[in-house]
Design a protein around this ligand. Structure first.
Ligand code: OFO
Length: 168
């Protein structure tokens, strides 16, 4: 059985993961509308992954005798100035999520809930992975600079990162 504090914190994280999925879905739509098909595919895959993260939390909470709450979600941005600005937002968002996971882990120590602590280790590792992916993509964008033809290759390159990311 989880404590009420852990239940509330897990529900907060369920909402954050669901919002992450919406954010990436919105980014996928923007990328598609601008002709960045590889980026759009990458974002659709990210949105699916975030939904999986949400479901994994929800199932764990239910399994431990807590009540999962499905709440309303904030509306994500629908417009971006450039792929660069969009991926900067991805990076910032993933740092925000990592901080939230870290707070949750620290709460499990306070509550002496070592089962939830173990469960959350998967998320700690996943966040390292996601921050690193966003950083790699931003590095690529910075290398391209203003070279418009470079964006064609960039788009293909980002598409190829989908398989690698989900295979891990
Ligand atoms: Fe759920 O991993 Fe990103 O946010």
């Amino acid at each position: 059985m989880v404590s009420i504090n852990i239940e509330n914190a897990l529900n907060k994280q369920i909402r954050i993961e669901a919002e992450s999925s919406q954010i990436y879905l919105s980014m996928a739509c923007w990328a598609e509308s601008k002709g960045f098909e590889g980026v759009a595919e990458f974002m659709f895959a990210q949105a699916d992954e975030e939904r999986e993260h949400m479901l994994r939390l929800l199932k764990y909470l239910t399994e431990r005798g807590g009540k999962a709450i499905i709440s309303e979600l904030s509306k994500p941005s629908t417009d971006y100035n450039s792929p660069k600005q969009m991926f900067e937002e991805v990076f910032e968002h993933e740092i925000f999520v990592s901080n939230s996971i870290n707070e949750l882990v620290s709460l499990t120590f306070e509550e002496k809930d070592f089962a939830t602590h173990n469960f959350l280790q998967w998320y700690v590792a996943e966040q390292i992975e996601e921050e690193s992916t966003a950083r790699t993509i931003l590095d690529k964008i910075n290398l391209i600079g203003d070279d418009r033809s470079g964006f064609y290759l960039f788009d293909k390159d980002v598409r190829s990162m989908i398989a690698k990311h989900s295979a891990q």
